[in-house]
Design a binder for this molecule. Structure first.
Ligand code: GSH
Length: 246
């Protein structure tokens, strides 16, 4: 039986270890900046619909320098409900990231994986407390704010009685603003959520932008609005926003 070949980094995430590779192969990997080009050794696919929360994932992948293969899964065409897609992701939602044939769902998990796998990009704080706070922010965006946008966008998913829809939308909007006020406090006086750009910034870009598309007036939230402007100036964001299916 041939021993399994594995490329990995040591515990400090610095030294490349090539298990069971021939010496010439080891030398080749050591010679290249494998850490920078790590993704060239992986097949990374992102199932994405422009405008959906997979936008945040896509931005983080580009911020990490990943050469990602985008598989458009358009919500407007209900692509996420097709039997082919449901076989890959029974949750029938985007984002879905597939790495070397293995699927991962949920923005919090995917963006944490991106940050851990491409540490040079520094997409999560290195201090363990701040790192936990960053994961806490992502959990909050995903489960404490995103659902209000969904209720405003599609009240029919939550209540069959169409007469109640205006009420649901008004409540969802008020709940979104209640949370946005907390983000405003968090971002006041800061450029990013932490002392440098992290996945939280990618994620909040979508949380803010999606509400703009819902027609919410966010101008009073000055720190959040300034964050959005800084985000729009980044190459990653411009590339993601411009990338549409042919
Ligand atoms: N908790 C998931 C939420 C994913 C989600 O709700 N995605 C939406 C797009 S923003 C979706 O695919 N909706 C399709 C549907 O509900 O039919 C995450 O954070 O990744």
């Amino acid at each position: 039986m041939t021993a399994k070949k594995v490329l990995r980094f040591d515990e400090d995430n610095k030294r490349l270890i090539c298990d069971n590779f021939s010496r010439p192969m080891q030398k080749m990997f050591e010679h290249q900046d494998v850490k920078t080009n790590w993704n060239t050794l992986m097949d990374i696919k992102l199932y994405h619909s422009p405008g959906a929360c997979s936008t945040a994932t896509y931005i983080s992948l580009l911020e990490a320098g990943v050469d990602v293969d985008i598989k458009f899964t358009l919500l407007k065409n209900s692509d996420q409900t097709s039997p082919e897609y449901a076989a890959l992701n029974p949750k029938k939602k985007v984002p879905l990231m597939v790495v070397d044939g293995k699927g991962l769902t949920e923005n919090v998990a995917i963006q944490s994986w991106i940050a851990d796998t491409f540490p040079k990009a520094g997409l999560l704080p290195s201090d363990s407390w701040d790192r936990a706070r960053a994961v806490s922010h992502m959990g909050w965006f995903g489960s404490g704010i995103h659902p209000h946008i969904t209720r405003h966008f599609k009240p029919i998913k939550f209540c069959a009685n169409t007469e109640a829809h205006d009420d649901i939308k008004a409540t969802a909007k008020a709940m979104y603003f209640e949370q946005l006020a907390l983000v405003e406090t968090e971002l006041t006086g800061k450029t990013w959520f932490f002392d440098h750009y992290t996945v939280c910034d990618s994620y909040f870009f979508w949380i803010y932008d999606r509400a703009l598309n819902e027609g919410f007036d966010l101008t009073d939230y000055k720190a959040c609005t300034a964050h959005n402007e800084r985000m729009r100036a980044r190459d990653s964001v411009q590339k993601v926003l411009a990338h549409k299916p042919d």
